[in-house]
Ligand binder design. Structure first.
Ligand SMILES: Cc1cc2nc3c(=O)[nH]c(=O)nc-3n(C[C@H](O)[C@H](O)[C@H](O)COP(=O)(O)O)c2cc1C
Length: 216
């Protein structure tokens, strides 16, 4: 539960969050604005517009946009706590981390809050392409392999990747619908990124996804 003081601070942090400053690090949770559950671009139009983007402007994402994006990605869409993306065998294995200029954050769908995770700018380490270092947001899809029981390591990778890909497609469609650019990325040094993220035993990086406004 977040206090009113935290919520106010959080909104301010949310504004800072949308800036590209590399000063300071994330220290307070950020309560994201609730996402509208209606409206937006028709699905068929979003599908018609979906594509990958690899050239970005440095225009920041507003807290409202970030809230909508994360809810679309893997937010809770039913009272039961189920999500906007399907997932393997009803076992929730994917965490969505955000690598931004002001640090690394962890999205908490239950409260629609961003938790500060690391106070460092790790964007450059989320991929092998140049734009990842400066794009406002890189999502990193981390799997809890330890929750996937009774299957081989290979199957763990497979199902975790499918879970991540569904989230990635939600992100693509949301981005297409609001004029954001995005690219789902497998070119990631997953082992190294896992170390930098200090992931506990069993957890592993699957894919990353960059998001920002396309360069004009
Ligand atoms: C599993 C997977 C991994 C991908 N990895 C990368 C990547 O590392 N870097 C990149 O720029 N694009 C990556 N992409 C995006 C594809 O290159 C892109 O979707 C494809 O070329 C088709 O282009 P479109 O998305 O514009 O339709 C990946 C896509 C998928 C599905």
């Amino acid at each position: 539960m977040i206090t009113r003081r935290q919520a106010t601070g959080s909104m301010l942090a949310g504004v800072a969050l949308s800036m590209s400053s590399t000063e300071g690090g994330a220290t307070e949770p950020v309560q994201l604005p609730a996402a509208a559950r209606s409206g937006g671009m028709p699905l068929m139009s979003a599908l018609a517009a979906r594509h990958s983007t690899r050239e970005y402007s440095d225009r920041a994402l507003s807290p409202q946009t970030l809230g909508e994006l994360l809810w679309a990605a893997f937010g809770i869409n039913r009272p039961s706590g189920e999500r906007t993306a399907p997932y393997w065998r009803h076992v929730m294995v994917i965490d969505v981390y955000l690598a931004m200029a002001d640090g690394v954050w962890l999205y908490e769908p239950q409260t629609h809050v961003l938790r500060p995770y690391l106070p460092h700018d790790l964007r450059a380490q989320t991929g092998m392409q140049e734009f990842v270092a400066t794009v406002p947001l890189n999502l990193v899809y981390v799997a809890h392999g330890e929750r996937m029981q009774d299957i081989s390591a290979e199957e763990r990778r497979l199902y975790a990747s499918v879970d991540a890909a569904f989230i990635g497609q939600n992100v693509y469609l949301y981005c297409a619908s609001v004029g954001l650019g995005s690219v789902f990325r497998g070119a990631v040094d997953a082992r190294r990124l896992g170390e930098l993220l200090k992931l506990p035993e069993g957890q592993f990086v699957t894919f990353a996804q960059s998001i920002g406004y396309p360069r004009a």
